[in-house]
Design a protein around this ligand. Structure first.
Ligand SMILES: NC(=O)c1ccc[n+]([C@@H]2O[C@H](COP(=O)([O-])OP(=O)(O)OC[C@H]3O[C@@H](n4cnc5c(N)ncnc54)[C@H](O)[C@@H]3O)[C@@H](O)[C@H]2O)c1
Length: 321
């Protein structure tokens, strides 16, 4: 039985605690929260609550820490976890920029603790299936179109609209999921040409060159009055795969995706968090890396940085250029 300390009990933290409560081999040993109101909610849900991370670690003696805090506090939690020798799982994006993410990876490594990044999309069976059929050559993709239409530019008022706290706008808070999926399916992008508009990344577009001569066109628009949602279209020699949200809605004849998860689908962000925590808990039990590592989290943030760099430069940019 692994004891987990959940740090932050806002929208995502509440999902962490609820998901961990459904993992039969895990126990929520405590919740750390700065806000009295949120502590009250956590207490009402049956969790032991704390206001201070160091004191909570002493009292709850966790085997692992999961972090769902504003982005400017992610690095601090990794420093505390590393100093105490406890594996730490941090919500996406790992950090506000690649420099900060690289420091976090280094601190965890120096402290000898596993650092994970909670990229919940990678936990969906159908999205794993895409990765598998791309990797084994069953689906030979040449073009990808990612369309992310959000209902409003500012989804969550508060710290997310502060550049100092959140780092950037929607590209970092939301776009990072899809950049991570592309890098996971096809390998780290080689270069990209991109544009960002609006004070909160209200409209962002990019053309990304991926390994294997795959090209991805990504559009993120945050003003969709209707039809908000995510659609990914993969054009391959074998036919077309269409994904809506985390579900495959169309695939070439003879290529049938696995059934989507039903358990955990009632959680605020869907079944991905429950699946992720199941795997993360197994990793903690076995002393292995988390399903998505700190290095993967760093790569995704680096891509966001690259996107901004291209928008500033007004042309193609690549790693090491
Ligand atoms: N993977 C996903 O699908 C997903 C979805 C939503 C949010 N997130 C990520 O989760 C993280 C948190 O976002 P959120 O939407 O839950 O934010 P939120 O504002 O709802 O919650 C953050 C909580 O942290 C608490 N807090 C602030 N400072 C603290 C401190 N020093 N110690 C303890 N608690 C403190 C706040 O009181 C608040 O309750 C972010 O990284 C965000 O990008 C991920």
């Amino acid at each position: 039985m692994s004891r987990w300390l959940v740090v932050g009990y806002g929208r995502a933290g509440e999902v962490h605690a609820a998901a961990l409560s459904r993992v039969s081999t895990a126990v929520v040993a405590g919740v750390v929260e700065a806000s009295p109101e949120a502590r009250e909610r956590a207490s009402a849900a049956g969790y032991a609550v704390h206001s201070d991370l160091d004191a909570a670690i002493k009292e709850a003696r966790p085997d692992a820490i999961s972090v769902a805090l504003p982005h400017d506090l992610h690095e601090w939690t990794v420093e505390v976890a590393a100093a105490n020798g406890i594996p730490v799982l941090v919500e996406k994006p790992l950090a506000r920029d690649a420099e900060e993410a690289a420091r976090m990876v280094a601190v965890a490594r120096a402290g000898g603790v596993e650092l994970g990044c909670l990229m919940n999309y990678r936990s969906y069976a159908q999205l794993r299936w895409i990765r598998d059929i791309v990797a084994d050559g069953t689906l030979r993709v040449h073009n990808v179109v990612v369309e992310v239409n959000l209902p409003a530019a500012v989804q969550v008022p508060g710290w997310q609209t502060s550049e100092a706290r959140a780092g950037r706008g929607l590209l970092l808070t939301v776009g990072v999921h899809y950049l991570d999926l592309l890098a996971w399916w096809f390998g780290a992008p080689e270069r990209l040409v991109a544009d960002v508009r609006g004070s909160f990344d209200d409209a962002a577009t990019a053309l990304i060159a991926l390994p294997g001569d795959v090209r991805a066109a990504v559009s993120m628009v945050a003003v969709a009055a209707r039809g908000a949602g995510v659609r990914i279209t993969l054009s391959a020699s074998e036919g077309t795969v269409v994904i809506e949200g985390s579900r495959v809605v169309s695939s070439p004849e003879g290529m049938t995706p696995p059934e989507p998860e039903t358990e955990g689908a009632d959680l605020l962000y869907g079944a991905g968090h429950l699946e992720y925590f199941r795997a993360a808990d197994r990793a903690v039990e076995l002393g292995r890396p988390f399903p998505v590592s700190g290095d993967d989290g760093l790569e995704a943030v680096r891509l966001v940085d690259l996107w901004y760099a291209s928008a500033r430069a007004g042309g193609w940019v690549g790693y090491g250029e």
